[in-house]
Every structure is written in structure tokens, then in C-alpha cells.
Design a binder for this molecule. Structure first.
Ligand SMILES: Cc1cc2nc3c(=O)[nH]c(=O)nc-3n(C[C@H](O)[C@H](O)[C@H](O)COP(=O)(O)OP(=O)(O)OC[C@H]3O[C@@H](n4cnc5c(N)ncnc54)[C@H](O)[C@@H]3O)c2cc1C
Ligand code: FES
Ligand code: FES
Length: 1298
């Protein structure tokens, strides 16, 4: 094809409509007319709202979580006769674009299989491998795997492991998901081979009930011709026009006609995942229908790729032609780190270029240069290291311009190239720094002379992309000389001046360090081993991550099955098939309304005025509610809690506080209204955000807990031969439940039906009743399951519920209030953050004499979910000390009320004492492993709160894991490695655990009914299934005690009339206490049944026994009220123990690191279900990794606005952040005499050992610091991102040598 039409084409007239356009889309084999819909509507919304295909979930609407993935198939525009099959994020994909793709077909999870008709093997295996806990992420994983297998029925293990860079799972820790998916790999489990073809066979069409066949040509349904005869115009409404040109000629004519309007070209349309508010645009031009732009041509000089080629295809082409140029596989590898597989399937490199042009601070992962060729024609060239074109694109006005292609030249002989992308997380993260280097080196008289060199960076500053001075310096220099290296580094050091204004950027020091370090990597890779010393060769490479694996070891008692049986959760298949329903999957009721919060944009102010006029002008707007509309008490925390307002009545306590609720006939309309509500503020004051600020301003809540003083700590410390003091900090952590806060309220004849996603129905009932001013009896709450909670839905779920209830009551219509991820993150508090100061006295072997802790705990704007008191229980972890003083201080700040987050009060506090042990070991130059071991509790010891430890096994566990994990041998190997490598370091750390499990407050009403008609059993309990496997354990206990098959049991959704007055499902007690309640209920039933059964012949079938009981008037329903005896001072019911050994490897130049191996030995008593408990241990540990490394919460300190409020900036762990070898063992032969059926809890305790990972990295950092002669103690706070870790290594470019 010609490179481009010229602008003379723009003068052509539109041809009359060529052919009727087709407005039907094919979903799961059926055709649907979208002629009347806005083509910008997301495919996700279309599937869920209009086709009721709710198996496809959503969470972020940013392409950042993968919950929404579907598979798209269409005729390949670049290869006639071929089909393209790819997974895409339905949240980003506009439905209109389906029409640009010939014979497109969307496949959703519903088409793969169902529990009733049979599961697809992917769904089956994900369920059977325990890869689904809360299940909210499961359909996304299934579809991502389906997309892979549709393209490649025999993927390798590596391909499978690489496939999930766009899917987040907060529950499982990924290992079981990867295991399930890897069973499809060619190297996978041979017993499961031969089932791959089933994927096609089982694809059932929902409409016909028949297997879906490959679709034929589009049917034309509802064909529509635009009124003005413009064949490229698809949609015109409210000033917005959507065009779908099919040729470049059409494209340029549209641009010509609308050159004065706001034009947006749509390629993948993924940029809105990051820059949501871009626009407004009145002209949207979908480019995907232009076939000419799918061309790819390889010639002697390079690869020309047209702009519609997706990044995935570009990577494939680069790999295909990798023999033509050394750079091609390097660029391909670099591009494969951009976004995630489903996003890359949609986006184009062109979009990335334009992003950089539009948003100069955009941390683009790519280095580009372009070159204009021909008249009025834009042909962009891409080579990662030619900055002048990059600069050019930054300075050219791109409005109305179209990038047609890039030309990727082959490298000439003697040229070398490398690129780097340094990211906060292993996958799917924007770069902190990207760099690209290209050099041509010529041998001359035994020297290696620089003939040319290019050095390009992004992430340094807005204007710095090209290290011109260093390039000039290097020109013609001999790179085998140390002087050249140092000279270049000194020049680079001077010319790199990182931007410091943006709080989201990493520190200037870090970015400079990495910029120099990456250059050093490249420089050394230009030289042979003869020149580079063996220790420095470790600088050249980046960390290599092999395929992950893990062992799960546990014992069971087959004679008690289903008790102790490692079975998948009972809803796993429903979850993997997408049939498990969450609140937002409920079909809309007649007259249903949708609500969206207006949030404050100031952090410490008074509301002056709220103007809703503009919002009410949006068609479909119903009302805007504010504090004055609350008929009852304007608080979502019932007495005796402190008031936390549903809608701010005047005093704004934090940026993000809920001020008003926009209610409309659709969620989209409610969102539009929200952006139009104007809130005016007065008395705006600087918010108190940080712990230090709060301490300085003496902003405290009244103490909720007295100091704990045991013995004479001051005296013991002063008399100790050794003492240290220090401080340590930990940050917040967003719960990141995949299902955001949601509630639907429906007015009924007996009050209000509430569908809540809450961990605590009783509290929610009180809150809702209070807010609408009615009796608790009028509030009927049902909760079937939560899509994750982790403490975030214990008290905080009340906010959405109260707001929806107020709206539903006032409007007398059903109201659904679903928080977007951004709203959820801004308005709801996270894990408490702390500053802890400590003082400790000890002996020369490290044994403890006395400890003083002062905990400054940030409670945010309210003390309601205070945890600093509870922290006393965990302060000692496993360490014996006779003298303690623990001072808990609760800080009041202008952030949302911090709240309980998985292992509250223990994760942080156990980290503090572990830090103290590290500090002691460092001070005494001892191995922390030994110091910790010396201080471990023994059986019968007494904790600071005065509780004896009659069953303490920590010494045995510790010694056992040291041996099993071969710690001494590995430490020797690490020492050897570290001595031989200057720029890669390894470290190993061990963390023991004692977790005091308290049952107090865990009250639950459990009811078991045996149905007389057939003997099946119905259970209702007061716990909430959040993915922790509560229902499965309850069913196992019920089946075991009654002696019936588990299939006979149905666990009903929790509600507040069958299980009223129940406590929160939290603190890990929900599972075991509801098991206890059901066990007791079943025992009551057994007692009632026994007299009848004894009279019947042995072997009488169960259903006949039950019928006889019924006929004899036996009450077949039994209830048990679980009410643990109140205990003084948080006395534990029992203690859980565990040990973790973690080993890490660190790239000293970038701070990137990976966990090579983690071994966990955990005491779960006699596990009720080892598969579930192993899943809890893994999920906990990986959630902890996020807390220690990647999940940084950043505020704008001037306004108090949360800046890390989306998936672009906030990074929970992804599937390649988990340990490469991840071994879990549940302690064998460890019945718990004070637990339920000899078991122990698993939902939270293992999280508290995750800091072992941070300490392992710290050990590696220590080794790097030792190279500089620095052996003093330093601390690593949580989280420590790669920036902190790298700067802690004290690297200076003057240390770089050949
Ligand atoms: C989850 C996620 C992760 C991401 N991670 C990364 C990352 O790691 N590194 C990185 O660099 N980027 C990343 N991105 C951003 C990504 O680069 C952009 O979303 C993407 O480049 C946009 O490409 P697109 O084809 O979807 O463009 P679109 O969204 O369709 O368009 C983007 C802009 O380009 C313009 N445009 C489109 N086509 C043309 C054309 N032919 N000529 C002229 N202008 C045109 C549009 O008008 C628009 O202004 C990520 C995005 C997401 C959603
Ligand atoms: S909802 Fe689409 S990626 Fe998160
Ligand atoms: S199972 Fe993956 S998010 Fe819950």
C-alpha cells in the first residue's frame, strides 16, 4: 500500500453510503442489536447491564485488575482467512469497536460451561486446585487462560506463567491458580493431558443450550444508515459523534471536516484506564476498521509496522524477525513489560507515543524516535535510543495528526542495544525509570573505541530524555579504560537532575542512582569477561525469575472424612463458572435507582454551600441527598461508637469524606451528576496527615488502653550490659477487596430489605435502623458471600448501606449504591499506620532484659476501629522478657478513620518486636536467627499480660524448620555468593510467630434443620463467607457430626433474622466458631434422633430414620448460640505458632529483588480442611508481601487528597511477586485441645510472619552496605519499595569499576 493518502483526498466528497452498516454484535454465539446504544459504552457494562451476563465481573475499570476479561475473536484484518483470538479487558473496550472488527465474536465465562451443564476444564481445574477463594477474580483468570489456549493448545509452563500479568487475586496468593493453569502446559501434569480439546467441545451457547460453533458472517440486525448519508458515522447524540472509517481516505476526510472540533482517535482506547478525564471530545474516530493500518513490512533496513497493529502482534513480529536485528528481541522483551497481556492485546505503540506527547510526565516505558517522510505524511520510526525524534514528537502539535506507522531499523554491524524498565512491581506497573542504550564500538589498536552512542531515559524529569553530554563525552573514547567509565559517570551524574515536585515520584536520589546504575549495566555488557572483573559481572544482568513452584505438606485423618479432608470450597465451581452471585450481580428491580457519592476535596474545612442545580439537569437525575435528608441519626456507627457521619454536615474531617449522594436512573447518570455537584468550602485549614504532624500538634484521641507495665523495665534496661533505642514505621494498607463496597436497599411492606456486602450484619442492622429512624426489626439483611473483605467490610460497609437506605426510604424505590474503586479508596480508611519508638536492654548473647515500646497509632479521623489496645497481646510475639512497658497512643488525623485490616494490631506489632531482635543482633554482631532462638518462649512461660503458655511449641517448630529448610547450608551458600558478587546480593531471614487467638466477641447463632421429606440438611449461621472457606468447613463439620454425605447439606445465605445478634466475621474466629455452633447443633439433633434410630434395624437409610423421627414428633431443627465466656485483658483461647524462612536476591543497582524461596511451617492444630488452611497461609503471606514492599499510600499533604487511589499507582502483589519456591507445611500431629474439633485458625496469623521477606531483603542490603565499609544498624520501614531498598545499599557511582 502507499504510505498514506495525501491531503488532496480531503477535498473529495463523501461517497453515498456504500452499503448498509451492520449494528449487530455476537456474544456467545447469539446476535444482538446495538444500533441504539452509545458506542462508547464499555463492553463490560453492556454484558452485565443489558445482556445480564454477570459472570464477567469488574472492579477497577482501569485495566488494572483483570476481573472483567473476556475473549474476542474476529477476522484478521492483516491476514485474510485468519481469525484473531485475544483476551481483552471488557471495562476498557467500547462496544462500538466491535463493529469495526469483521465477524467479531465475544465469548464470556458463561459460554465456557456451567455447574448444571458441565464445566470447562479450565473452570474445573481452577476449582479443584483451590484456586478460588472469594471467587471474584476467578472468571477473569478463566477467560485469560481460555484466550491463551484458544491460540495455543500446547503452551509451555513459561507461557502459562507469563499469561497472568493482568489478573489480580487478593485472596489466594496465586500459587494454586498458577498450578491449576500450569496443568494445561505441555510440561504439565501428564495425568491431565488429553483434555485440552474439551475446551471447544464444552463451549455451550447460553441461548440455545448447544455447543457454540465458530460463527459465520455477521447477520445484519437493525441495520441503520446515518441520516446524513455519512457511511462512516455510526452514532450522533448530545453533541458527540462516533465515526468508524474503513479507509484512510475516509479518515482524513472526517478529520478535515472536523478539524476545529475536539477530535479523539481511538486505537485500543485503553488510555482512559489511566487518564480518565481526558477530553471532552465531540468527535471520536475509531481507527480499527481501517485495514490499511494493519500492514507490516520487513525490508533490508527495518520493520515497518502500521498503527493498528496491537502491541501483542508487534511483539510477535519482532520475535519472528529477531534474526534480522539483535535489537528486535530486546525491544520485544521490553514491550512485553508494558501493561498486561489483555491490555497489550488492545493497545498500540502509537497510543503510547501520543500519551507521552499529551502527558509530559507520563512514565512511558518506551523510547521512540520518529522521522517525517514525505509530504503531509507522518511516518513514525521507533528505535528505543534515538531521542531527537522523541523530542520532536514532544514538540509537534499532534492534534488532528495521524501516526501511520513506525519504522524499526535493524541495528548495523557492531551496534549493541539494551533497554531497561524498573518497576515497583514485577508486572503490570508503570516504570519508575526506563532507559535505552545503543552503542557502536570499534576495535582499534587493541582498544574498544566508541563510534556512536545513544542514552535515553524517562522518569528523570519532564525535559530530560537524552544524556547528550555523556554521549558527547564518550564519543571516540576507549571503553576498556577505568578513566572512561568514571569520566562518563561523572558527566552523567552532573547532567541528571531529577524532578522532585511530584509526590508520586520516587526520590531524586533513587532515580539518579538507577540512571547511573543502568548505564553501568550497559557499559559492562559492552565489554568481554577478560576486561570485567568476576565480581563486577553481576552488574550486567537483571534478575532472572524461573518458573515458580511449591510444596504443600499436611496430614489428614481419612477415618474422619469429610472432616480434615483437603477438599475445595463448596462454591468453587460456581465461582469459576461465573455463576456465583455477588450483590452487584442481582438483576435490577423495577424502578431501581443507582447512587453515587460526592466526596470532599478538602481535608480540613467547613462546608459553605452545596450547589446541586447543574447535577439535577442531567437527564435521568432523581435527587441529590445531603445530611439534612437523613431521617434518623446521621451516623453509620451506632452507639456507643463515636459518630461517623453518613453525609458530612459541615465540618470536613478528611479529603474524600462523603458529602452527598447523587441518585439517578442509571449508574452512569449518577456518576455524571456527581461531577456536577459543586461544594464550596470555608475555613480551609491545613490537614494533619502524617504521624509526625499529629505528634507535633499533640493531636491525640483519649487513651483506649492503659499502659502495660510489667516488672521494672526502666531499671532492667539501665542495668543491662547493652541497650539500644530506635524507631520504626509502618504504613497503611488498602484492603483491595475485588468487590468494592456495595449495598442494595429495597423498601418492602415490612421495612427495608438490605443486600449488603458486610462482615457484620448485626452492626449494619443497627446502623441502618438508626440512620432511617426505624426499629431494628424492620431491617432485613441478607448476605450470601463477599468478593473479599479482609476487615474492610466489618464496620465500613455500614457507610454505603446507610446511604442507600436513606435514599431508598426517602424515594420509596430500590436503590443500589456501588462504590467505584476510586471512591472506595478515597472515602474508606485502611490499615492503621504507626510510628513506634523502642528502648531495649539485653545481655551479650542477646537475651532480653527489658523493653519499652511507644506505639503512635494513626486512627485517622475517628477512634471507632481503634486497634492500638489490642496490640498489647502481640507485642511480645514469641519472645520471653520479664520487664515491659508498652504505651499505646492513638493519633487523630485528617485521613479516613483507619480500620481493621487482616491481622489488625498483630501484623504491625509483631514486626516491631522482630525489628528489635534484628537491632539487638546487629548491635552484638550476632546472627538474628540465633538471637531470636535464644529468646523463644518455652512451655509454661508467662506472657506480659500474665497468661501461661501451656502448649507452647515454638522452640520445636523453630528448630525443626531451620533443619528442614537447611538454613545453615543455605546461609553458607549465600555468604559464598555474596563474596563473589558485588552487584547482586542474597539474604535469608527467619521469623517465628505466636498468635494469640481470642474468641471473645465471637457470638454467632447457628441453626441446623434436617428436612423430613428427604433427610437433606439446611444450615444457617451468623458468619459471613468472604472466601476464607467458612461455609465449606461448616458443611464438613455438619456432615461429620450427623454422619451424612456433604452433598446433603446446603449452607444458606446469612441473614439477620435466622442468625440475629451475631458478631463480626473477623479476627479469624468466624470459621471456627460457626463450626462450633453447627457441631453443637448437630449433636443436639443426634441426641434427639438417637432413641428413634436405636429402635430401627441397623443400616436403616438416613432419610427413613429422619421420616420416622418426624412422625414421632421429633424437632428436627436445633440451634446453638455461640457465646464465648468473657475473658479479662484479651485472654487468648489458644495460641497459634509458626515459623517462616525467607530467602531473597537483590539487584543492588536498581533495588529490584525477588524471593527465591519461602518455607513456612504453621501450626493449624488438626486442620478442618488443609486445602483451605494452606490457601489461607499462602494468601496471607502474599498480602503481607504487598504491605512490606509495594503497597505505598501517598497523600497530597496540602489538601489531604489520596494520590494512590487507583490501580496505576497502588500495587498489590501480582503473580510474579510471589516466592519462586513456596513451600507450606501444616504442623503434623498437633491437635489443639482448646480449639474446635482440635483445629486452629488460619485466616490471619500467617500474615504476621510475612515480614521475614523484608528481613531477607534487608540481609542482602546489609551485605551490599558492608561492601562500602558501612556495618552500622539501619532499619527498613514497611513498606520499603525498591527505591528505599536501593538507596539503603549506599551505592555511589565512584564504586563502579571494570
Ligand atoms: C492497565 C494499563 C497498564 C499500562 N501500563 C503501561 C506501561 O507499563 N507502560 C506504558 O508506557 N504505558 C502503559 N499503559 C498505557 C498505555 O501506554 C496506553 O493506555 C496506551 O498506550 C494507549 O494506546 P491505545 O492504542 O489504547 O490508544 P488510545 O487509548 O486509543 O489513544 C491514546 C491517544 O492516542 C491517540 N491516537 C490513537 N491512535 C492514533 C494515531 N494513529 N495517530 C495519532 N494519534 C493517535 C488518541 O487520540 C489518544 O489521544 C498502560 C495502560 C493500562 C490501561
Ligand atoms: S475492571 Fe477491567 S481490569 Fe479491572
Ligand atoms: S479468590 Fe481471587 S480475589 Fe478472591
Amino acid at each position: 500500500m502507499a504510505d498514506s493518502p495525501t491531503r488532496t483526498l480531503q477535498t473529495q466528497r463523501w461517497k453515498a453510503c456504500r452499503e448498509p452498516r451492520k449494528y449487530s454484535v455476537n456474544v456467545n454465539g447469539a446476535h444482538f442489536n446495538i444500533a441504539d446504544l452509545d458506542p462508547q459504552m464499555s463492553l463490560n457494562e453492556y454484558l452485565r447491564s443489558l445482556l445480564n451476563l454477570c459472570g464477567t465481573k469488574f472492579m477497577c475499570y482501569e485495566g488494572g485488575c483483570g476481573a472483567c476479561i473476556v475473549v474476542l475473536e474476529y477476522d484478521d484484518p492483516g491476514n485474510t482467512g485468519k481469525r484473531v483470538v485475544k483476551s481483552v479487558n471488557s471495562c476498557l473496550f467500547p462496544i462500538g469497536s466491535l463493529l469495526s472488527m469483521k465477524n467479531s465474536q465475544v465469548t464470556t465465562v458463561e459460554a465456557l460451561g456451567s455447574v448444571k451443564t458441565g464445566l470447562n476444564p479450565i473452570q474445573e481445574r481452577l476449582a479443584s486446585h483451590n484456586g478460588s477463594q472469594c471467587g471474584f477474580c476467578s472468571p477473569g483468570f478463566v477467560m485469560q487462560m481460555y484466550g491463551l489456549l484458544k491460540n495455543n493448545q500446547t503452551p509451555s509452563l513459561q507461557q502459562v506463567e507469563d499469561n497472568f500479568d493482568g489478573n489480580i487475586c487478593r485472596c489466594t496468593g496465586y500459587r494454586p491458580i498458577l498450578d491449576a493453569m500450569k496443568s494445561f502446559a505441555v510440561e504439565g501434569d501428564s495425568r491431565q493431558k488429553g483434555t485440552l480439546t474439551d475446551i471447544e467441545e464444552l463451549k455451550i451457547c447460553k441461548k440455545t443450550g448447544q455447543p457454540c460453533l465458530r460463527i459465520g458472517p455477521d447477520e445484519t440486525v437493525g441495520c441503520r444508515r446515518s441520516e446524513d448519508g455519512n457511511s462512516a458515522l455510526f452514532f450522533k447524540k448530545d453533541g458527540t459523534q462516533w465515526f468508524q472509517p474503513t479507509t484512510l481516505t475516509e479518515l482524513f476526510m472526517i478529520i478535515q471536516e472536523h478539524q476545529h472540533d475536539g477530535i479523539k482517535l481511538l486505537n485500543g482506547d485503553t488510555a482512559k484506564g489511566i487518564y480518565r478525564g481526558d477530553g471532552p471530545y465531540s468527535i471520536l474516530i475509531d481507527m480499527k476498521g481501517i485495514r490499511e493500518l494493519y500492514s507490516v513490512n520487513m525490508d533490508a533496513g527495518g520493520l515497518k509496522v502500521y498503527s493498528n497493529v496491537s502491541l501483542t502482534s508487534l511483539i510477535d513480529y519482532l520475535n519472528e524477525y529477531s534474526s534480522k536485528s539483535q535489537s528486535y528481541s530486546i525491544i520485544a522483551d521490553h514491550l512485553s513489560k508494558v501493561a498486561s497481556d489483555p491490555v497489550r492485546n488492545s493497545l498500540s505503540y502509537v497510543g503510547i507515543l501520543v500519551q507521552l506527547w499529551k502527558h509530559r510526565t507520563y512514565p512511558s516505558s518506551m523510547f521512540v524516535h520518529s522521522e517525517a517522510q514525505g509530504e503531509k505524511l507522518h511516518i513514525m520510526h521507533i528505535v528505543e535510543v534515538m531521542p531527537y525524534v522523541l523530542l520532536r514528537i514532544l514538540h509537534v502539535d499532534m492534534f488532528g495528526e495521524v501516526i501511520l506507522n513506525v519504522y524499526i531499523p535493524v541495528l548495523s554491524d557492531g551496534e549493541s542495544m539494551r533497554t531497561f524498565k524498573v518497576m515497583p512491581r514485577a508486572q503490570n506497573a508503570h516504570a519508575y525509570i526506563s532507559a535505552g542504550f545503543r552503542a557502536k564500538i570499534k576495535s582499534k589498536d587493541g582498544n574498544q573505541m566508541v563510534e556512536s552512542i545513544s542514552m535515553v531515559y524517562t522518569g528523570i524529569s519532564q525535559d530530560f530524555v537524552h544524556a547528550v553530554k555523556t554521549e558527547n563525552y564518550l564519543q571516540g573514547k576507549d571503553i576498556t579504560s577505568e578513566a572512561t567509565l568514571q569520566g562518563a559517570l561523572a558527566t552523567l551524574d552532573k547532567e541528571i537532575i531529577p524532578d522532585e515536585k511530584n509526590p508520586l515520584l520516587t526520590s531524586a536520589q533513587y532515580r539518579k542512582n538507577v540512571a547511573l546504575g543502568l548505564f553501568y549495566k550497559f557499559y559492562l555488557s559492552l565489554l568481554s569477561d577478560q576486561i570485567v572483573s568476576p565480581r563486577n559481572r553481576s552488574a550486567r544482568s537483571v534478575l532472572h525469575r524461573p518458573i515458580s513452584s511449591g510444596k504443600q505438606v499436611f496430614s489428614t485423618r481419612p477415618e474422619e472424612y469429610p472432616l480434615t479432608q483437603p477438599m475445595p470450597t463448596i462454591a468453587a465451581k460456581l465461582q469459576t463458572s461465573g455463576e456465583a452471585a455477588y450483590v452487584n450481580d442481582s438483576l435490577p428491580l423495577p424502578n431501581e435507582l443507582y447512587a453515587n457519592f460526592v466526596l470532599s476535596t478538602e481535608g480540613n474545612a467547613t462546608i459553605d454551600n452545596i450547589d446541586i442545580n447543574s447535577a439535577m439537569e442531567v437527564p435521568g437525575a432523581v435527587t441529590v441527598l445531603t445530611a439534612k435528608d437523613v431521617p434518623g441519626s446521621n451516623t453509620f456507627m451506632p452507639l456507643p461508637n463515636e459518630i461517623e457521619e453518613v453525609f458530612c454536615s459541615g465540618n470536613v474531617l478528611y479529603n474524600g469524606q462523603t458529602i452527598a449522594l447523587c441518585v439517578a436512573d442509571s449508574s452512569d447518570t449518577a456518576r455524571q451528576m456527581t461531577s456536577r455537584v459543586k461544594v464550596m468550602y470555608k475555613d480551609v485549614k491545613p490537614p494533619i496527615i502524617t504521624v509526625d504532624d499529629a505528634i507535633a500538634k499533640q493531636s491525640f484521641f483519649p487513651p483506649t488502653q492503659d499502659d502495660l507495665i510489667v516488672g521494672d523495665p526502666e531499671g532492667a534496661i539501665s542495668k543491662s550490659p547493652f541497650k539500644v533505642e530506635g524507631e520504626i514505621r509502618v504504613g497503611e494498607q488498602y484492603h483491595f477487596h475485588m468487590e468494592t463496597q456495595i449495598c442494595r436497599c429495597v423498601p418492602t411492606e415490612d421495612g427495608l430489605d438490605v443486600q449488603a456486602s458486610s462482615q457484620w450484619l448485626d452492626l449494619l442492622q443497627q446502623a441502618v435502623a438508626g440512620a432511617i429512624g426505624t426499629d431494628a426489626k424492620n431491617i432485613n439483611i441478607v448476605t450470601r458471600r463477599l468478593g473479599g473483605a479482609y476487615g474492610g467490610k466489618a464496620t465500613r460497609a455500614n457507610l454505603v448501606a446507610c446511604a442507600a437506605a436513606v435514599a431508598a426510604t426517602k424515594l420509596k424505590r430500590p436503590v443500589r449504591c456501588s462504590m467505584s474503586l476510586g471512591t472506595n479508596m478515597k472515602s474508606i480508611g485502611r490499615r492503621h499506620n504507626y510510628l513506634t519508638k523502642y528502648k531495649v536492654g539485653f545481655n551479650k548473647d542477646g537475651t532480653l532484659n527489658g523493653i519499652i515500646f511507644t506505639y503512635y497509632c494513626n486512627n485517622g479521623c475517628s477512634p471507632n476501629d481503634d486497634e492500638v489496645g489490642v496490640s498489647l497481646i502481640f507485642s511480645d510475639n514469641t519472645y520471653k522478657c520479664s520487664n515491659w512497658h508498652i504505651k499505646p497512643i492513638a493519633l487523630k488525623t485528617n485521613i479516613p478513620a483507619t480500620t481493621w485490616c487482616r491481622a489488625p494490631g498483630s501484623l504491625q506489632n509483631i514486626f516491631f518486636i522482630e525489628t528489635v531482635m534484628e537491632h539487638i543482633a546487629s548491635y552484638l554482631s550476632l546472627d538474628p536467627i540465633d538471637v531470636k532462638q535464644r529468646n523463644l518462649y518455652a512451655k509454661g512461660d508467662i506472657t506480659p499480660l500474665g497468661y501461661p503458655l501451656p502448649y507452647c511449641s515454638i522452640q520445636d517448630l523453630y528448630a525443626a524448620l531451620l533443619q528442614k529448610a537447611q538454613v545453615k547450608t543455605r546461609q553458607d551458600a549465600i555468604q559464598d555468593f555474596n563474596s563473589k558478587n558485588r552487584w547482586k546480593k542474597r539474604g535469608l531471614a527467619v521469623c517465628p510467630l505466636k498468635y494469640a487467638m481470642g474468641w471473645v466477641g465471637g457470638c454467632f447463632l447457628c441453626t441446623v434443620t434436617i428436612l423430613a421429606s428427604d433427610g437433606t440438611v439446611v444450615v444457617s449461621h451468623g458468619g459471613i463467607e468472604c472466601g476464607q472457606g467458612l461455609n465449606t468447613k461448616v458443611a464438613q463439620v455438619c456432615a461429620f457430626v450427623l454422619g451424612v454425605p456433604i452433598n446433603n447439606i446446603s449452607i444458606k445465605p446469612t441473614n439477620n433474622w435466622c442468625s440475629p445478634n451475631s458478631g463480626p466475621t473477623g479476627g479469624s474466629v468466624g470459621s471456627e466458631l460457626n463450626c462450633l455452633g453447627v457441631q453443637k447443633s448437630c449433636e443436639i439433633l443426634n441426641e434427639r434422633i438417637k432413641p428413634i434410630k436405636d429402635k430401627l434395624p441397623p443400616g436403616t437409610p438416613w432419610n427413613e430414620i429422619i421420616m420416622k423421627c418426624f412422625s414421632a414428633g421429633v424437632n428436627l431443627t436445633a440451634q446453638y448460640w455461640v457465646w464465648p465466656e468473657p475473658q479479662p485483658d484479651y485472654a487468648p483461647q489458644y495460641n497459634s505458632y509458626g515459623v517462616t524462612v525467607a530467602e531473597a536476591e537483590l539487584d543492588v543497582l536498581t533495588g529490584e529483588h525477588q524471593l527465591s524461596q519461602v518455607d513456612i511451617l504453621f501450626d493449624c492444630g488438626e486442620s478442618l480442611n488443609p486445602a483451605i488452611d494452606v490457601g489461607q497461609v499462602e494468601g496471607c503471606f502474599v498480602m503481607g508481601l504487598g504491605y512490606w514492599f509495594t503497597e505505598k499510600v501517598i497523600y497530597d499533604l496540602n489538601t489531604g487528597a489520596l494520590l494512590t487511589n487507583n490501580t496505576w499507582e497502588y500495587k498489590p502483589p501480582s503473580s510474579k511477586d510471589i516466592p519462586i519456591i513456596f513451600n507450606i507445611e501444616l504442623l503434623k500431629d498437633a491437635p489443639n485441645p482448646t480449639g474446635v474439633l482440635r483445629s486452629k485458625a488460619s485466616g490471619e496469623p500467617p500474615l504476621c510472619m510475612s515480614s521475614a521477606a523484608l528481613f531477607a531483603v534487608k540481609r542482602a542490603v546489609e551485605s551490599a552496605r558492608a561492601e562500602t565499609g558501612q556495618k552500622d544498624y539501619f532499619s527498613l520501614n514497611g513498606p520499603s519499595g525498591i527505591d528505599t531498598i536501593q538507596t539503603s545499599c549506599l551505592v555511589d557511582y565512584k564504586q563502579f569499576s571494570l
